[in-house]
Design a protein around this ligand. Structure first.
Ligand SMILES: Nc1ncnc2c1ncn2[C@@H]1O[C@H](COP(=O)(O)OP(=O)(O)OP(=O)(O)O)[C@@H](O)[C@H]1O
Ligand SMILES: [Mg+2]
Length: 405
């Protein structure tokens, strides 16, 4: 009953921890992925009963490899937590007649227009939206929705090719830069705070729930290099400000028929307190958020996911003990890291509330801040009181500096 095929068991990096978790709760895990076997992290390699090195972009090769293996072993489940291959996982399930998400159930999690159509039909408040495949359709949508608008790819990630447009003049400037995007969503721009609603579910039941607060909004982080992006996993989900979003989250999962696994939803909270849907994925959040949840709970969400998938329940309840905040740093200057300033003072001010400092070392080359969410390093702080975490994240954002030249 416990033979699990894991697509891309070692990439991106946190997949290795999910793979290891599956094995740790009793699964026999067969991996299939793009990475040469020697590139797999030890966490993944040590957990795999077998690994097939096959390009995941080649669906026929994946199916052929798995049907070959199926002559010797019977698969019970297929898992994939990496966005680009969620549909492939669904096709493999259908090809083997396995339980889990079908292609039809997966599409609304991948296509932002289909997603919002399903949710509109369920009466959920999405931003006013249309999809467009031509320049004329974008103009028409902008006219109808009214400025400011957001224009973004229907299957985007990491805020890539995403623009806020305030006027027709700006739209004329932005359209040429979107030429390589085959289909865009044009949306009403929603003003407000941006938060997540994340879950681990089994058989349609929410076993773990998480709400995280982005500071500032992700699109700002993508536009301005000087910002240190902050995310705070919130301890107390019972506060009034979060209820509209949590209720929306439950209805969204229901409308999409989600049953088992990790989900990651983003929503906006307007000044009037209204919750507006942002987007949802049938996978864990990226950007080290699973680790941040672990710091907030003193628990292991990698294992919790594996238990949900394999056994339909958690081995032990997960409770948030802390608000946990992460701060991603971007160095000043280009080239290699030459120095760090401000760390000692912040460490002595906050002591044990600073639980992780993982910065590039002097001499290491800077990372591309648009391509890497972690940037040139990250810090995690935590405390029972939210105000204290807000203060710590603001000070680490403003007073910790990395320099490069
Ligand atoms: N309708 C909207 N109103 C206001 N801001 C928006 C809207 N749509 C997108 N944004 C901004 O752009 C960001 C990226 O958009 P979205 O989350 O849809 O795409 P993404 O690229 O999949 O994001 P992710 O970074 O989560 O992968 C959002 O986090 C938000 O800051
Ligand atoms: Mg997003």
């Amino acid at each position: 009953m416990n033979m699990v095929v894991m697509l891309s068991p070692g990439f991106p990096r946190e997949m290795a921890y999910f793979t290891r978790a599956l094995a740790s709760v009793g699964a026999t895990v067969v991996g299939i992925g793009d990475q040469p076997p020697h590139d797999l992290l030890d966490a993944a390699r040590g957990a795999l009963a077998h690994y097939e090195h096959v390009p995941l972009a080649d669906e026929n090769a994946v199916l052929a490899a798995l049907h070959g293996l199926a002559r010797h072993m019977a698969f019970d489940r297929v898992e994939c937590l990496w966005e680009p291959y969620m549909l492939l996982a669904a096709r493999v399930r259908e090809s083997f007649g396995l339980p889990g998400m079908t292609v039809a159930q997966t599409v609304p999690f991948r296509d932002k227009e289909r997603m919002k159509q399903v949710l509109d039909a369920a009466g959920i408040r999405t931003p006013h939206h249309t999809s467009a495949t031509t320049v004329a359709q974008v103009w028409e949508a902008a006219e109808r929705i009214g400025y400011p608008i957001i224009v973004k790819p229907v299957s985007g990630a990491g805020s890539a090719d995403t623009y806020r447009v305030d006027s027709a003049e700006q739209l004329a400037d932005v359209l040429p830069t979107l030429r390589h995007v085959p289909e865009v969503s044009v949306e009403e721009f929603v003003d407000g705070e941006e938060l997540t609603f994340d879950t681990v579910c089994a058989d349609g039941e929410i076993l773990f729930e998480n709400v995280m607060w982005y500071r500032p909004r992700p699109l700002q982080n993508r536009l301005h290099e000087w910002i240190s992006p902050v995310s705070i996993v919130l301890r107390d989900l019972s506060v009034p400000d979060l209820q509209a979003g949590r209720e929306m989250g439950v209805r969204v999962l229901d409308a999409l028929g989600f049953r088992t696994g990790f989900t990651h939803m983003e929503w906006y909270r307007t000044a009037s307190g209204e919750a507006v849907f942002g987007e949802i994925a049938a996978r864990p959040p990226g950007a080290r958020v699973v680790d941040l949840m672990n710091y907030a709970c003193d628990g292991d969400l990698y294992v919790a996911w594996a238990e949900a998938v394999l056994h339909g329940r958690l081995g032990a309840p997960l409770e948030k003990r802390y608000n946990a905040g992460s701060i991603f740093k971007r160095a000043h200057g280009l080239g290699v890291i030459t120095g760090v300033a401000g760390l000692d003072a912040l460490r002595s001010a906050y002591g044990d509330d600073v639980v992780l400092v993982d910065l590039l070392a002097v001499g290491e080359p800077r990372r591309d801040w648009r391509a890497s969410v972690v940037g040139d390093g990250w810090v995690v702080v935590r405390h029972h009181e939210l105000a204290r975490v807000v203060e710590m994240t603001e000070r680490f954002a403003a007073e910790l500096h990395l320099y490069a030249e």
